[in-house]
Write a protein that binds this ligand. Structure first.
Ligand code: FDA
Length: 534
């Protein structure tokens, strides 16, 4: 078919696709609006999916990682948009506002409560799968990365260009850059270089009016807010300009595992004081899970001390011997490798090709099909009795697929002010607890049983962790700590969960929100509300 004939057909095709009548449903109005709004209607029709399209389901499900949010009862979007042009996003925002639909933006789809693709009101998902370019500038040590790229794509491209540059991002490489940095983002290098949000130097962003803004045109307040204030509150991040940081050509990793019978409780008790004081170059963590004891087959807990060190084995061994001799680290426990390989190591893919980092489908033994997450911050060492209470809960049958990880704080986190970005968990923390409550079985009853364990264990931990507020990490989204009403967002309600995630930074986030999105278009169960009385 000649191109002129084709272009004459486009309006007809669109008219059929966007079939509009006076009694049209909201999403039909939305589709019609898109067709009118778009400069290039042929390109927008290719990135719109409704239930009538055969690929709707596969596109939606491709980035639903937690099957808790993929049941027949899970509310689904009326329309899925996978924009290829900025104008597609601008038109989607305009038409959603006009026709009363909510927008959920999805980058990697890892939100722990599914807020990037589930809503209890009529909604549209903007899925940034086609916004995923990564441009590395080795000379100036920066990268421009689009929000729909995953961490693994960024790591792979950095490694392709330089073995001695890195980005302080998370271990789990299928996380999307859009949500990850919006919530602060911590990872293997955060004791040396801070959060991912601390390492953003510029941004490309679309606001509620469809304006494309960068750091200069948005102003420092909004630039501050979007680097830790949580995704889905202020607008849509299109791309981040990131500072790349120096790392040695070889880093050292090690894992030392001890069960309760091998003195794990005393070791963890000691680790709580030792780890936060280690040099910034060490990234110490402890993974806890239940296993069958080799002695009598009863349930016990194994603690895996997993660390990465920015240096050689020869430098690490005397350091650990001096600071933490009880661990008994030996040369055989340690391996040297590139920083990018250390990401694979931490995902259980030692000696495997780096191309794994490009794979958006994640497989890792600690990631079960269903999960519920909680987080805590610890400021005083937990007593051995307190730890034993946690371990006895971990050995219950209901926690069979649960992993609890302790991430040591300290390092540069003690020296970055609490208000440098919205991420407030800085000085004074010994470590963070990540409760990853997983399960394999489908069904509501099973989910309730596991989540009840999560809540019970969280209650048990309350005397040992931060108080007033009991701090939590926004990227470990947990609706148990409070949520907004559907429809009407109250400042009072939001400040309950808001102070837990952001402490005193919450009020500044509210001010920014009031300026940038006073009518609260970008909202969800834990979005920042505009100021009351606005
Ligand atoms: P997703 O696309 O689901 O978005 C999350 C939130 O951000 C939603 O509210 C969404 O609407 C919003 N959003 C997404 N894209 C946006 C954009 N372009 N502009 C504006 N808003 C946007 N965290 C961490 O800090 N360190 C870690 O090591 C880990 N590890 C980890 C492992 C695993 C297996 C999971 C599932 C999660 C983590 N996390 C984590 C948490 C992770 O950082 C958090 O879930 C991020 O929000 C995920 O970002 P995605 O883009 O993948 O999520």
């Amino acid at each position: 078919m000649k191109s002129t004939q084709f272009s004459m057909l486009i309006p007809l095709v669109l008219a059929a696709l966007f079939s509009f009548s006076m009694a049209a449903l909201p999403h039909e109005n939305f589709l019609h609006c898109l067709s009118l709004r778009s400069n290039d209607s042929s390109s927008i029709s290719r990135v719109i999916f409704t239930r009538r399209n055969s690929s709707y389901e596969s596109i939606l499900e491709a980035r639903i990682h937690n099957l808790r949010f993929n049941s027949t009862d899970t509310p689904k979007p009326l329309v899925l948009v996978t924009p290829t042009l900025i104008s597609h996003i601008q038109a989607s925002i305009y038409c959603s506002r006009k026709h009363g639909l909510q927008i959920r933006t999805r980058s990697g789809g890892h939100d722990y409560e599914g807020l990037s693709f589930v809503a209890r009101v009529p909604f549209v998902v903007i899925d940034l799968i086609n916004f995923r370019s990564v441009d590395i500038d080795v000379e100036n040590r920066v990268a421009w990365v689009q929000a729909g790229a995953i961490l693994g794509e960024l790591y792979y491209r950095i490694q392709e260009n330089s073995r001695t540059l890195a980005f302080p991002g998370g271990v789990f490489y299928t996380i999307g850059l859009g949500g990850y940095i919006s919530g602060g983002g911590f990872g293997l290098l955060f004791r040396k270089y801070g959060t991912a949000g601390d390492n953003v130097v510029d941004v490309q962003f679309i606001d509620v009016n469809g304006r494309v803004l960068d750091r200069e045109s948005m102003g420092e307040d909004l630039f501050w807010a979007i680097r830790g204030g949580g995704g889905g509150s202020f607008g849509i991040v299109l791309a981040w300009k990131l500072r790349l940081v120096p790392v040695p050509a070889n880093v050292t990793v090690f894992t030392v595992s001890r069960t309760l019978e091998q003195n794990a409780t005393a070791l963890i008790h000691r680790w709580q004081s030792v780890a936060p004081d280690l040099p910034d170059e060490v990234y110490p963590s402890v993974q806890l899970r239940a296993i069958n004891s080799t002695q009598d087959g009863s349930r016990t807990v194994v603690a895996s001390f997993v660390s990465m060190f920015l240096g050689s084995i020869d430098d690490l061994l005397p350091l650990m011997e001096q600071r933490f001799p009880e661990l008994g680290l030996t040369r055989q426990d340690c391996t040297e490798m590139s920083w990018a390989e250390s990401i694979l190591y931490n995902n259980g893919f030692q000696n495997q090709p780096l191309e794994i980092l490009l794979n958006r489908t994640y497989t890792n033994p600690i990631i079960t099909p269903y999960y519920k997450i909680k987080s805590d911050y610890v400021k005083q060492p937990v007593s051995e009795t307190g730890l034993n209470g946690l371990f006895s809960r971990l050995t219950e049958e209901v926690a069979s697929s649960t992993v609890i990880i302790l991430f040591a704080y300290g390092g540069i986190m003690n020296r970055i002010p609490e208000n440098a970005t919205p991420f407030p968990h800085r000085a004074g923390n010994l470590y963070k607890i990540f409760y990853n409550v997983g399960w394999l079985e489908d069904g509501e009853a099973e989910a309730e049983r596991r989540i009840e364990w999560a809540r019970r264990t969280y209650n048990y931990m309350s005397p040992f962790v931060s108080k007033s507020p009991r701090e939590a990490y926004i990227n470990y989204r947990d609706l148990d700590i409070g949520s907004n009403n559907i429809g009407y967002t109250s400042y009072g309600q939001a400040s309950v969960w808001g102070h837990k995630y952001f402490k005193d930074n919450f009020d500044r986030l509210v001010q920014v929100k009031t300026r940038i999105d006073p009518e609260n278009f970008f909202k969800h169960e834990q979005s920042i509300p505009p100021h009351p009385g606005n």
